[in-house]
Design a protein around this ligand. Structure first.
Ligand code: NAD
Length: 637
């Protein structure tokens, strides 16, 4: 909860005009009272006249103040100009007051001395509070040695807001100068802080001016621009912070309080995504949408973004009660009137799913519930098949039975030439969706690589190790993965859903793969540490893991869509009757002891699946598809 002090600072920082007006009205009332006391030797005769004059005076003074902008302005920077405005406002107010008392107070009048004394006292008080604020602010800033000396990257409106806030007492910062790549801004002063040159000139600026930190005040910076800024700061061994991206800036909050460390996703994910939000909205608005795995990293982001599209009902399925508890808190009271239903349910529990589907009659299902941890699923093969494959098959049948019109599977790049059970189950799911005969339900799969920061993924693990000052564990120096921010991936999933045809496997273009070793090194630098101080240990590939992931099968034709980051694949369709038979065999294999029969059943459906027991494991080279070209891969080197 905010303290009273916080609230007062907030009021003053935001300079709420109504607050300032009330405060100044009180000063006017005090002036009148004091003028009366002075005029009548500290007695209060004719109180009726005094009380009738008070509202007139306050209104006249407020009108005068409003005309000369006395409800705005930073008192701590008050100067001669403000003094002149006060005199003009008091003069105007006095004339208004004089005229109103003359016409309204028939037969009675205020002593002339009161008019004069009140005007003098009001002038003194209005000027006095400004002066006092300025003196107090100055004394609070007196010890600038404790302030961080900062250089701002950017000299636009965000930098201007940051500089304004930095000048406030207690901000803890002192601005040395700004750097901006626009050469025409050189020498320009923003809030009295000079633009010293371009961002590339940071080394020169640092050699002539001492600074403790760089503030990156470019909320619209793309991933490539952020990488460049971070690069330059790293080379100069100066720490840095950033304002959040535009979409993350909390309106009305002080920007300085939103300054934060640069995150890995800033270096990847600020590039604008081209989507047609209207087409997505049209598909979702007013519909009933089910998200399975809603409490997970992708599911929860899906729920958040779906809510922005005004579904009539959003139904969240997950077996994790705690996860759903946090999701409910997160989605509390959607502003647009969408009904949110939270259902603790295991998607393999067909009876319960049937009941829920008949209760909600979903129009669209986004299926994100799955087991996803590769090494774990290698030792729990039966569970992986039960949850990921049989769960999906049952869900599809019940969805169709309930009249659902759209089914979207969240697939994974691990489905391509899988070397592990988890990836193979995802491939089976893709095949099931693409082979199902076209009935009334449109089935679309969306395939993509790692999303940053998802539960149990590499970045949270490395960050925790950094936080605990432990060595960073990287599986292999050459290991690469595709990365995208969760928000970006989910936005594209929604767009893919809007454009997908029945049987489509749509693949998100994730840029070039990132070497995990580079990622670890980048995280070290972003954390303000340096590599020799942080050990990196190579642990070796774990069971079922590939050195490089792939996004396409060799026999998949890659077709561009209207959206640069979404590719459509075209490949021969598996015969549905044959697949059903193979699925029955797979189901039967689960009754036999051991994982081998299940792996054999998987292999029958996915011939590309390669089981690599520990002893025979080889590093497999990725298939680089001709259609897949991406240029900008540089991370912070
Ligand atoms: N995280 C990634 O990097 C990534 C990348 C590509 C694809 N995917 C796919 O996206 C999906 C979601 O991934 P995530 O990262 O959000 O995983 P997650 O583990 O954070 O979320 C999965 C959710 O599904 C739920 N779930 C699992 N089995 C269930 C069942 N039987 N009944 C009900 N709920 C069940 C879990 O409780 C969990 O909340 C997975 O299918 C995964 O393969 C993930």
């Amino acid at each position: 909860m905010r303290t009273i002090h916080d609230k007062m600072s907030h009021l003053l920082l935001r300079r709420r005009p109504w607050f300032i007006a009330i405060f100044q009205a009180c000063l006017v009332a005090c002036s009148l009272l004091l003028a009366w006391l002075l005029r009548f030797d500290f007695t209060l005769p004719d109180r009726r006249i005094l009380l009738s004059a008070l509202p007139l005076l306050v209104l006249a003074r407020l009108a005068g103040m409003a005309s000369f902008g006395l409800f705005r302005g930073w008192w701590k920077y008050a100067g001669i100009g403000d003094g002149i405005d006060i005199i003009k406002a008091v003069g105007t107010g006095s004339v208004l007051f004089l005229l109103s008392t003359r016409y309204l107070f028939v037969g009675e009048s205020l002593p002339r001395a009161v008019y004069v004394l009140e005007a003098m006292l009001t002038t003194g008080l209005l000027a006095g509070v400004r002066l006092l604020t300025r003196v107090l602010a100055g004394s609070m800033r007196a010890d600038v040695s404790t302030c961080k000396r900062v250089i701002l990257i950017g000299a636009g409106s965000a930098a201007q807001s940051v500089l304004q806030e930095i000048r406030l007492p207690g901000s803890g910062y002192e601005a040395v100068g700004c750097l901006d790549d626009d050469p025409s801004k050189r020498g320009v002063r923003i809030n009295n802080v000079a633009v010293l040159g371009t961002v590339d000139e940071l080394p020169g600026v640092l050699s002539s001016q001492s600074a403790d930190e760089v503030l990156i005040a470019v909320p619209s910076a793309t991933g490539a621009q952020m990488r460049r800024f971070v690069n330059i700061c790293n080379r100069e061994h100066i720490s840095f912070k950033t304002v959040p991206a535009l979409k993350d800036i909390i309106a009305g909050e002080v920007i300085v309080s939103q300054l934060r460390e640069v995150r890995f996703e800033d270096l990847l994910g600020r590039d604008p995504i081209q989507i047609n939000l209207e087409s997505v909205r049209n598909e979702i608005s007013g519909r009933t949408v089910v998200v399975t795995g809603a409490a997970g990293s992708i599911g929860s982001e899906l729920c958040r973004q779906l809510l922005e599209c005004n579904p009539a009902t959003l139904v969240c399925f997950d077996q994790s009660e705690t996860g759903l508890f946090f999701l409910r808190r997160d989605l509390d009271k959607p502003a647009n009137g969408t009904r949110v239903a939270i259902c603790v349910v295991d998607i393999t529990d067909m009876e319960r799913i049937r009941k829920l589907f008949s209760e909600f009659s979903p129009d669209i299902i986004f299926h994100a519930a799955a087991y996803k941890h590769v090494p774990l699923m290698e030792s729990n093969v039966q569970e992986a098949v039960k949850n990921n494959v049989l769960g999906l098959v049952g869900l599809l049948d019940l969805a169709e039975e309930s009249g659902c019109g759209n089914f979207v599977l969240i697939s994974s790049d691990k489905a391509v030439n899988p070397t592990n059970v988890m990836g193979a189950t995802k491939r089976i799911c893709e095949l099931v969706l693409s082979s199902r005969p076209p009935n009334r339900m449109r089935c679309v799969s969306v395939r993509f690589g790692n999303v940053l920061g998802s539960s149990g993924s590499v970045i949270p693990v490395l960050k925790e190790q950094l936080h605990k000052n432990e060595p960073l564990t990287v599986t292999h120096p050459e290991m690469t993965r595709f990365f995208m921010t969760t928000r970006e991936a989910v936005t594209l999933v929604l767009q893919a859903f809007a454009i997908g045809d029945h049987r489509d496997i749509l693949v998100l273009d994730m840029g070039e793969p990132v070497r995990i070793l580079d990622l670890a090194r980048t995280l070290i630098r972003l954390s303000g540490k340096f590599e020799p101080d942080v050990e990196i240990q190579f642990t070796g590939l774990r069971e079922g893991e590939k050195l490089h992931e792939e996004l396409f099968y060799k026999n998949e034709q890659v077709i561009s869509t209207a959206f640069k980051k979404i590719k459509r694949t075209s490949a021969p369709i598996k015969d549905w009757n044959e697949l059903r038979l193979q699925l029955d065999q797979l189901r039967a294999s689960m009754t036999i002891d051991g994982a081998a029969p299940i792996r054999a059943g998987i292999k029958r459906i996915v011939p590309e699946y390669v089981f690599q027991p520990e002893s025979t494991r080889q590093i497999r080279q990725p298939v680089v598809h001709d259609a897949y070209v991406e240029k900008d891969s540089s991370l912070v080197k």
